[in-house]
Design a protein around this ligand. Structure first.
Ligand code: SF4
Length: 340
């Protein structure tokens, strides 16, 4: 059995000092990390407990000078989802958070931890399978010729075809969020579209965080786009399951014309996938079923499905149409948009 050191940090500076050596992991809610440690997938030499940091704003929602909001990285997912400012100004985020996980997990998991959760590819979690480049770089990818019904149709590589499991991150992609981090090199903001990586030949690295960096908050800009929104999550069972395909949609209408639109897809890539092709086709156009179907089909044109996940192309195309229609008030959310 491997001994694991434990240190409880009291502020960010102390947490950064405690994480200077390689092999150290920050632990917040622990809802993903502890599972990974129990399975022998993550083997940190030391855990730095960041649940008691005293710095201002880490477990709060505060307003920003531009009218946006800052959500502290240590806020529990349930608290973020239920916060009055989030519910009022960013209902898309509340919808995505409530669609993710169980109530018990949302009560434990933090906003920062949600961003850091790792793929749910079954080969990654089962060490009985030797071939997994994400878990053991250079070992191969068992999913390529094996079970890949739930895997990526965009942005995959020969090294890894896994998808990012976070519902919250899909909403953040549509909301143009910025992830604020602090590390040995100082503080910086990372646009959400640059926070998660595509697998390339290093699928073992999920994010663009530098060694020793810690997430401090997520910033959401003010926008008139964010009042008409929909988070549509399609999954095998409505009660509790990871997404097959999800669509976060936010739009502003001027009469029947789409003044602006944001669409992001989940369950289709190693990172939240911004549907910029569909956005470009729809912006400034009258909202109609024909325009939506045409834009969604154009978005999915470059998908690269595998043997057993071709259904995702059609599913995502239809989900884009439906989610935008729900956001526009032309359709009801129905059961797939209901809370877990
Ligand atoms: Fe591992 Fe990625 Fe292949 Fe899954 S898809 S087995 S996580 S390398």
């Amino acid at each position: 059995m491997q001994a694991i050191a434990y240190e409880r940090a009291t502020d960010i500076a102390g947490a950064l000092r405690a994480a200077r050596e390689p092999g150290v992991a920050f632990i917040g809610g622990g809802t993903n990390l502890l599972d990974l440690m129990k399975g022998g997938i993550e083997r940190p030499i030391k855990l730095v407990d960041i649940t008691h940091l005293s710095d201002d704003g880490l477990d709060a929602v505060t307003t920003l000078p531009d009218g946006g909001i800052r959500i502290g990285a240590l806020m529990r997912n349930s608290d973020a989802a239920n916060h009055a400012l989030v519910r009022e100004r960013y209902p898309l985020l509340t919808q995505a958070l409530v669609a993710g996980a169980s109530a018990q997990l949302r009560n434990m998991a933090t906003v920062g931890g949600n961003l850091m959760q790792r793929t749910r590819c079954p080969y990654f979690y089962d060490t009985a399978f030797s071939a997994c480049n994400k878990r053991a770089p250079g070992s191969g990818c068992a999913a390529l010729d094996g079970y890949h019904r739930t895997h990526a149709i965009f942005g995959a590589s020969e090294s890894c075809i896994a998808v990012n499991p976070s519902d919250m991150s899909v909403a953040l992609a549509a909301l143009d969020a910025t992830v604020q981090v602090r590390g040995p090199g100082g503080a910086r903001g990372i646009p959400i579209g640059q926070f998660h990586r595509l697998p390339g030949d290093r699928p073992d690295i999920d994010t663009t965080l530098h060694p020793g960096e810690i997430i401090t908050s997520v910033d959401l800009p003010a926008s008139t786009l964010f009042t008409h929104t929909s988070y549509l999550k399609v999954r095998d069972r409505a009660s509790y399951a990871f997404t097959l395909v999800s669509v976060a949609a936010a739009l502003e209408l001027q009469g029947d014309t789409i003044k602006g639109i944001r669409i992001a897809l989940g369950g289709v890539a190693h990172k939240p996938w911004r549907a910029s092709i569909a956005e470009d086709r729809l912006a400034g156009q009258p909202l109609s079923d024909a325009a939506l179907h045409e834009a969604a089909a154009a978005q999915m044109h470059d998908a690269r499905p595998l043997r057993d996940n071709r259904y995702k192309v059609t599913l995502a195309e239809r989900a884009i149409v439906r989610s935008v229609n729900v956001a526009a008030g032309r359709e009801s959310a129905g059961v797939t948009g209901a809370p877990a």
